[in-house]
Write a protein that binds this ligand. Structure first.
Ligand code: ATP
Ligand code: MG
Ligand code: MG
Length: 554
């Protein structure tokens, strides 16, 4: 959409183009680490990078930042690809930081030969101690002046697996007095005797993020590398590493930062989400209560609603907490346009139409979506005994109660006008049955005078004989606190909502037997519901996606 105003990231690109950067050299990447499933925070980064690709007709790589074999797995790679595709984006190339392990190693050898890197044989604790503080410069490692020959031999032996973890590291020789702590001889390689999901046991030394990321951008000729704000201080190092290998005929990648997004009533950190999965707080990464892309998908969110949400909240320079009700607004708005309407009763009470012939049934025509004419019509069965929602009937009520009360009339959606005549109660006073009469001439759409008669309320219902019982999963927020992981004195796990899932049996119209997993419906007057992957023809399972209106505000 060219008419929308530019965000600050787009301004950076526009400025570069204005000062002569060739448009056909623009290239972006989305760089997830495959150590978990993508979450709604990643959606911001995905929509930013792939959105830029679409805006400038530029390629966008999907780059797996896979330099830590201890935490990364093929399952996560597969899930990430599935989610990005589902969100509606196509990457130019699927690439991996591990594709560059040999090139990075070769460069590191060049660094050693040029006196720009050395093997340090001190413990991690000692190295940390010598780093100094932001106000005090660090001190040089006693190994800093090792000879090139000795460094080359040690580095080769590190690669050959002759040492155990922690015995040596390779460090860039920059400046132990730099005001930027990250420039104080940063570690380039550490020894990890762990199999990698792609390179298996080919390597037992693995490059660090800072050493890998900029060089990967450079190798792919990414022009603009956008990351979150915590990397702002890393930019100087990103540039220093690039300076050592940069060929002036090539595109020099540029790192720029934007703010990480936080969302109310949830956590968006793969580590914390993994903890929820591992401790069984949720059933998996795609549990509908999870803020993961796959969880939202399973809950009935559409790619459009997530993209619209990400584009609406946009890209910020400063961190803030985005209210999840904005995401709910986005899905409600989309589903209102596209979700077929059906009838379901979730908290039933029996209603008998005493003047409707016993044994008779008829199929009433029902509009699938008043917002979309092309959605057409279906038929729903009607008979003498129906379910309506318990809360839609009261023996007595004031004038503002537009539902059913004794002596009062309502229209049954797609059906007839009925009048409540009496009701039956159990010994505890609970209403067990409502007896009504109907006006046979009042059938919706029949064109009769009676059918056009206005009554205040319209109720949804299902025919008991034809209704299909279904498992309905109702979700509440996973955390009781608005910012569960931002308390100094408490852990986010202390705020788990014990009632985040409620499972009930509802009764749905029989047309839903033909629905497929992921199909999403509006249960009229109740909200949006989709078919869960656990659903079968014998045992329908629905997830509540979102209610018809924002009830959190109350
Ligand atoms: P996590 O803490 O969840 O592991 P991460 O930043 O380490 O987050 P990556 O897999 O490295 O996760 O993320 C890929 C890209 O998505 C990065 O560019 C990262 O900055 C961006 N990203 C991750 N989380 C958010 C967020 N909450 N808001 C915006 N962008 C994010
Ligand atoms: Mg990361
Ligand atoms: Mg991470």
């Amino acid at each position: 959409d060219v008419t929308k105003s530019l965000n600050f990231i787009e301004h950076i690109i526009e400025d570069d183009l204005a000062s002569g950067f060739p448009k056909d050299k623009l290239k972006f990447r989305f760089p997830p680490e495959p150590n978990g499933y993508l979450h709604i925070g990643h959606a911001s980064s995905i929509c930013l990078n792939f959105g830029l690709g679409l805006r400038y007709n530029a390629p966008v790589n999907l780059r797996f930042d896979d330099t830590n074999p201890a935490k990364e797995e093929q399952e996560y790679v597969d899930a990430i690809k599935r989610d990005v595709e589902w969100l509606g984006y196509q990457w130019a190339e699927e690439v991996y930081a591990s594709d560059y392990f040999q090139q990075l190693y070769d460069w590191a050898v060049e660094f050693i030969k040029a006196g720009k890197a050395y093997v340090d044989s001190q413990s991690a604790a000692l190295i940390a101690e010598q780093k100094g503080t932001p106000t005090e410069s660090g001190s040089n490692s006693p190994f800093r002046e090792r000879s090139v020959a000795e460094n080359l031999a040690l580095f080769a032996d590190m690669k050959a697996g002759k040492f155990s973890e922690g015995e040596h590291v390779l460090r860039a020789k920059i400046d132990m007095a730099s005001s930027n702590m990250l420039m104080r001889d940063p570690i380039m390689y550490r020894i990890l005797h762990k199999a990698h999901h792609r390179t298996n046991t080919d390597w037992c030394i693995y490059p660090m993020y800072d050493w890998t990321h900029g060089e990967s951008d450079y190798l792919e000729q990414v022009s603009h590398s956008f990351c979150t704000l915590e990397f702002a201080m890393h930019r100087e190092l990103y540039d220093w590493f690039l300076d050592q290998v940069y060929d002036t005929n090539k595109v020099r990648p540029k790192q720029r930062e934007f703010a990480r997004r936080n969302f109310s009533h949830t956590v968006v950190s793969k580590r914390k989400l993994l903890q929820l999965v591992e401790e069984g707080v949720v059933t998996g990464w795609d549990d509908p209560r999870m803020p993961t892309i796959s969880g939202l998908r399973r809950k009935g969110y559409t790619p459009e609603s997530i993209r619209n949400f990400a584009n609406t909240i946009g890209i910020a320079k400063r961190e803030n907490v985005v209210d999840v009700s904005l995401l709910e607004f986005s899905i409600r708005e989309h589903l209102n346009r596209v979700a077929p309407r059906v009838m379901a009763v979730l908290d039933p009470v029996k209603l008998v139409i005493t003047n409707y012939p016993e044994g008779q049934e008829e199929w009433l025509e029902a509009e699938n979506n008043p917002e979309d004419e092309s959605a057409g019509y279906r038929t729903v069965p009607f008979s003498r005994e129906l379910y309506i929602e318990k809360e839609d009937f009261k023996e007595e009520a004031n004038k503002k109660f537009f539902r059913l009360k004794l002596g009062g009339e309502v229209r049954l959606k797609n059906g007839y006008i009925i009048k409540a005549e009496s009701c039956t109660k159990d010994t505890d006073g609970n209403i067990t049955e409502i007896q009504c009469t109907y006006d046979p001439k009042s059938k919706s759409g029949s064109g009769t005078e009676e059918s056009l008669r206005k009554v205040k309320g319209t109720l949804h219902w299902v025919s008991i004989k034809h209704a299909i019982p279904a498992e309905v999963r109702l979700y509440d927020r996973l955390f009781t606190d608005e910012t569960p992981d931002q308390h100094k004195d408490k852990d986010f796990m202390d705020f788990i909502n014990p009632d985040s899932l409620q499972i009930i049996t509802g009764y749905v119209e029989p047309s839903l037997l033909d629905a497929n997993v992921e199909d999403i419906f509006q249960f009229q007057r109740l909200g949006y519901f989709n078919i869960d992957k656990d659903s079968t023809k014998e045992n329908l399972v629905f997830n509540k996606t979102v209610g018809l209106r924002d009830t959190w505000a109350k």
